[in-house]
Design a protein around this ligand. Structure first.
Ligand code: NAD
Length: 316
C-alpha cells in the first residue's frame, strides 16, 4: 500500500487508516484478544496509522489500541497514532485545563510517551470561538512540550473547518478529520479539498462505510441517519449481495480512489475485516473499480445523495 503525505506534516500515512472506535465495542462487543490480533494484523499488512479517542467506548478503545500497539514490539517511530480531546462519555469540555489533563490520561491508556496527532473532537458541540482562542493555543503548548507532534480538528459539518482555519495563524492546525462526507452516498468533502490544500492542511476522511450503513450487518442502533437514508443504503447493500458483491469493498475503494485524501479511516474489529479491506486496496491498485456495480449503487443512492444529519449546537 503506497503511503500518502499528510499535508505539511512530513508524515507518510497508509491510505487505509485503522479506525479504532470498534475496539471500544461501540459496534458490538470485541474481546481483548481479538482487538490485539486485529491491530497486529493491520500493522503486518501495511497499516501504519491508528486513530482513537477517549470518547470511544468510554476510554476502552484507547486501552485496547494501547495493548495492540505494545504487542507489535516495533520502534515507536514505525507507527502513527492520533487521539482526541474535548469529547468524553460525560460530555464535552474544550477548556485548556481539561485538554491538558486529557492528553496525559490518553498517553497513559495508550502506553505511549507522545501521540502524533491530537485532535479537538467534534468541535461543533463546543463554541468554535473557544476552540480558536483557547483550545488550539493549549494544544500548541502540548506540541512544544512534545506530547503531540501535530494538531487537528474533527467534526461533521464542513463549515466548522473553514470557520476555524480562517481564524487561526497558519501552521497551528495541521490536519482536519472529516467523517461521512467522502463515500458513495455523500461526497461533499470534495468541495472543500481545494481550500484545505491552499491552507496546507492534511485531510483525513473517516467512515467510508458510513458508520455501518454500507455494511451487510447494517448500522448500530445509535446511528443518527434518517430512516430514508438508512433504507436507501440497505437497498444498496441488498443489491450488491444479490450480485455476489461486497458493498464494503466497493464503498472503501470509492473513498480510497481520491488521492487528495491522505488516509481513509475505516473502523475494524476483526482480523478478517482487516484482510478484506487490505485486499480491497490491493485490488483497486491493480484492477481499478467495478464501475458497473458502482453505477448501479449510485443510482440506488441518488435520491439520498449528500443527505446528512444535524450535528452540534447552534453557533453565533
Ligand atoms: P466505518 O464507516 O469505518 O464503519 C465501521 C463499521 O464497519 C464497523 O462496524 C466495522 O466493524 C465494519 N467493517 C469494517 N470493515 C468491514 C468489512 N470488510 N466487512 C464488514 N464490516 C466491516 O465507521 P467508523 O468506524 O465510525 O469510522 C472509522 C474511524 O474513523 C472510527 O473508528 C474513528 O477512528 C474515526 N472517526 C472519527 C470521527 C470523529 O472524529 N468525529 C467520526 C467518525 C469516525
Amino acid at each position: 500500500m503506497e503511503p500518502r503525505a499528510l499535508g505539511n506534516t512530513g508524515l507518510k500515512v497508509s491510505a487505509v487508516g485503522f479506525g479504532a472506535s470498534p475496539l471500544g465495542s461501540v459496534f458490538g462487543p470485541v474481546a481483548e484478544d481479538d482487538a490485539v490480533a486485529t491491530v497486529r494484523e493491520a500493522f503486518r499488512l501495511g497499516i501504519n496509522f491508528f486513530d482513537t479517542s477517549p470518547y470511544y467506548g468510554g476510554t476502552l478503545s484507547e486501552k485496547m489500541l494501547g495493548k495492540g500497539l505494545k504487542a507489535l514490539q516495533v520502534p515507536r517511530s514505525d507507527y502513527i497514532v492520533a487521539t482526541k480531546c474535548g469529547r468524553y462519555k460525560e460530555g464535552f469540555d474544550f477548556s485548556a485545563e481539561r485538554v491538558r489533563k486529557s492528553i496525559d490520561e490518553s498517553l497513559e491508556r495508550l502506553q505511549l510517551d507522545y501521540v502524533d496527532i491530537l485532535h479537538c473532537h467534534d468541535i461543533e458541540f463546543g463554541s468554535l470561538d473557544q476552540i480558536v482562542s483557547e483550545t488550539i493555543p493549549a494544544l500548541q503548548k502540548l506540541k512544544q512540550e512534545g506530547k503531540t507532534r501535530f494538531v487537528g480538528i474533527t467534526g461533521l459539518p464542513l463549515d466548522i473547518f473553514t470557520y476555524v482555519l480562517d481564524r487561526v495563524p497558519p501552521g497551528t492546525v495541521d490536519v482536519i478529520l472529516s467523517y461521512c462526507h467522502y463515500g458513495v452516498n455523500d461526497s461533499t468533502l470534495l468541495n472543500l479539498l481545494p481550500y484545505l490544500k491552499s491552507k496546507g492542511v492534511g485531510v483525513i476522511s473517516a467512515s467510508p462505510l458510513a458508520m455501518g450503513l454500507l455494511t451487510e450487518q447494517g448500522p448500530p442502533e445509535w446511528h443518527p441517519a434518517s430512516p430514508e437514508l438508512k433504507s436507501a443504503c440497505k437497498a444498496a447493500v441488498t443489491h450488491c449481495k444479490s450480485k455476489g458483491k461486497k458493498i464494503t469493498k466497493l464503498a472503501l475503494q470509492y473513498s480510497l480512489a481520491n488521492k487528495e485524501i491522505s488516509s481513509v479511516l475505516v473502523g475494524m474489529s476483526s482480523v478478517s475485516q482487516v484482510e478484506e479491506n487490505i485486499a480491497a486496496v490491493t485490488e483497486l491498485e491493480s484492477l481499478g473499480m467495478d464501475q458497473e456495480t458502482l453505477s448501479e449503487v449510485e443510482a440506488i443512492l441518488e435520491p439520498v445523495k449528500n443527505l446528512t444529519w444535524p450535528s452540534g449546537i447552534h453557533q453565533n
